[in-house]
Design a protein around this ligand. Structure first.
Ligand code: SAM
Length: 336
């Protein structure tokens, strides 16, 4: 990518990001996260959706994961955007009107989108994330760096439905969904989300990262690093669940597991009970045998042609795939 927009001059007038809270909008509209969590814990096998990783500590731990030597997706995606940035920017400049909205799905710390501000010159940055407190902090910091760019934060759970408040975006937009987060969705749900992203783009474009199939040893190391940061990220989920559900998980009872399921083409993360135990919460409980697991994340790994086909099935056109020399990661560019 060409150089970034220069940081704020010292005398730039202050601007505050706007914030819209719609967190919980994607969960059961009647019962909310507690009911969703209780149902998952009572399912056979037990499961907790990966969106519950992201309390403020979970978001910070994810940012730490992106720095780990084993976690190739972030640096590989960044290298692809660096190497192919001029070509991507050329296509997007032709496809989008001046002053378009840049919609960042699962924005996290917004660092990846910030690298697009200079080359693409969006008219507004709309950052969407379930981890509201973390997003507010991240946007405040970004706004200080880029005071001239209007920014809107949307605290939203888009797992069940991607629908932004009225007027967001205002016209043809770039939907940016990096980090291979689309891999957390099984193919039918990924298709649904890509269709909703297309409706959101309003004739604009999509720039999305998808992780590709590669040797299982590389995949498993990326999700089970030597330092134990991914294990901490996985176990921290239980602290978050304790707060949301009022449950009594003891983190030390649970061991992090990551394995590649070749039949499903996905990495799975689990938490495995280290002894027989019972977890209780108001109105419910679940007994776990020693060795029994809670499924906490699936991360689907795609063949490039299959992901391109999924994009086309969702209605996206002029799909292009940019990859790295090892073909470990794909950045896909598509038009609405
Ligand atoms: C793997 S991180 C990626 C962060 C950043 N975009 C990157 O590529 O480094 C996934 C992000 O998506 C957010 N997220 C996860 N599930 C979500 C959901 N259901 N709705 C909205 N945001 C979600 C998380 O809070 C987190 O910031």
């Amino acid at each position: 990518m060409p150089p970034l927009t220069p940081d704020a001059p010292p005398d730039a007038p202050p601007r505050a990001p706007t914030f819209v809270s719609r967190a919980g909008a994607g969960t059961d509209p009647v019962a909310g996260p507690a009911a969703e969590l209780a149902a998952g814990l009572q399912a056979q096998p037990a499961a907790i959706a990966p969106k519950y990783f992201y309390d403020p500590l979970g978001s910070a731990l994810f940012t730490a994961i992106t720095e780990l030597p084993e976690y190739y997706p972030t640096r590989t995606e960044a290298a692809i955007l660096q190497a192919c940035g001029a070509e991507i920017a050329g296509v997007l400049r032709a496809a989008l009107p001046p002053g378009f909205d840049l919609v960042d799905l699962g924005a996290g710390d917004g660092a990846k989108a910030a690298r697009l501000f200079g080359p693409l010159a969006p008219g507004r940055y709309i950052a969407v994330d379930i981890s509201e407190a973390y997003l507010r902090q991240a946007l405040d910091a970004l706004q200080r760096r880029f005071p001239a760019l209007p920014m809107v934060g949307v605290g939203l759970d888009f797992a069940a439905r991607l629908a932004l408040p009225e007027g967001l975006p205002a016209g043809p937009a770039l939907v940016f969904y990096p980090g291979s987060s689309i891999g957390n969705f099984a193919p039918p749900q990924a298709l649904r989300l890509l269709r909703e992203a297309r409706a959101l783009a309003r004739g604009g474009a999509l720039l999305i990262g998808a992780d590709l199939v590669k040797p299982p040893a590389v995949l498993e190391a990326a999700y089970d690093d030597a330092l134990g940061v991914t294990a901490a990220f996985n176990r921290n989920l239980l602290s978050h669940v304790n707060r949301l559900l009022g449950s009594d998980f003891e983190l030390a009872d649970w061991k992090h597991r990551a394995l590649f399921n070749a039949a499903e083409s996905r990495i799975e993360m689990h938490l495995q009970a280290q002894r027989a135990l019972t977890v209780r919460w108001p109105g419910g409980e679940r007994r776990f045998g020693a060795g029994e697991r809670i499924h906490t994340e699936s991360s689907y790994k795609w063949q490039p042609a299959a992901f391109e086909a999924l994009l086309r099935q969702a209605g996206w056109r002029q799909v292009q795939c940019f990859s790295d020399p090892l073909a470990w990661f794909g950045v896909f560019l598509a038009q609405g």
